[in-house]
Write a protein that binds this ligand. Structure first.
Ligand code: FES
Ligand code: FES
Length: 229
């Protein structure tokens, strides 16, 4: 299945910004620091496994509310086994961004399975983490954008994004990278149409789609045959 595996509404165009827009109150500086850095920060942060020491993770994740159902969750995050208590109501995006350290590169845009900013890979498949409960990750392997740059070295795809100016504001970038990573894993020689289909669930409000496609083709070495038009 192409694109993140979630709501069929993922193919719909993004709605216009409203007062509920999570970006509405952000300054440009804060927006860039929190969003555009998704690509570069992954390389700038020393991330042997993308999360802090196990003791730090446990301290964060065990801060659960009193009186709500919790579950002991065991899963692998960017190659590092995790064993922690989560509230059953937490989404995967919430667990990553708000409860763990060092994995905030996953962004939240619409928070309703439409934009793809929150895309991570679960057992190699793109998934909208805003619409996925953390407890569903039991026994699964989760890869976030930080996991693309182990030891701080950017992946060829990330370098191609930089070289082709694929990030503009950068807010969609981590999600685009994850969907493209899944594509290249199952199809190392995609055409431009293959890339477009794979990224159909990842919207870019900057509309920088051609550059994104060019970057993926360049990373695959198929730019000469594919063409981003
Ligand atoms: S699909 Fe938009 S934040 Fe998850
Ligand atoms: S680069 Fe701005 S939303 Fe895609």
């Amino acid at each position: 299945m192409d694109g993140p595996q979630d709501s069929s509404e993922a193919r719909r165009a993004p709605s216009a910004a409203t007062s509920d827009d999570p970006c509405a109150d952000l300054s440009r500086r804060g927006f860039i620091q929190g969003g555009a850095a998704a690509l570069v920060a992954a390389g700038a942060t020393p991330l042997p496994g993308a999360v802090g020491p196990a003791s730090d993770v446990m301290r964060e994740a065990t801060q659960v509310a009193q009186g709500v159902p919790t579950t002991l969750l065991r899963f692998t995050l960017n190659g590092v086994p995790q064993n922690l208590t989560v509230e059953d109501r937490w989404t995967l995006a919430e667990l990553l961004r708000d409860r763990l350290e060092g994995v905030s590169g996953t962004k939240v845009g619409c928070e309703r399975g439409e934009c793809g900013a929150c895309t991570v890979l679960v057992d190699g498949a793109p998934v909208y983490s805003c619409s996925t409960l953390a407890v569903w990750m039991e026994g699964r392997s989760v890869l976030t954008v930080e996991g693309l740059a182990p030891r701080g070295e950017l992946s060829p795809l990330q370098r191609a994004f930089i070289e082709h100016n694929a990030p503009q504001c950068g807010y969609c970038t981590s999600g685009q990278l994850m969907s493209a990573t899944a594509l290249l894993e199952r199809n190392p020689s995609p055409t431009a149409d293959d890339v477009r289909r794979a990224l159909v669930g990842n919207l870019c409000r900057c509309a920088n789609y051609n550059a994104i496609v060019e970057a993926v083709l360049a990373a695959a070495g198929t730019a000469a045959t594919g063409g981003a038009e």
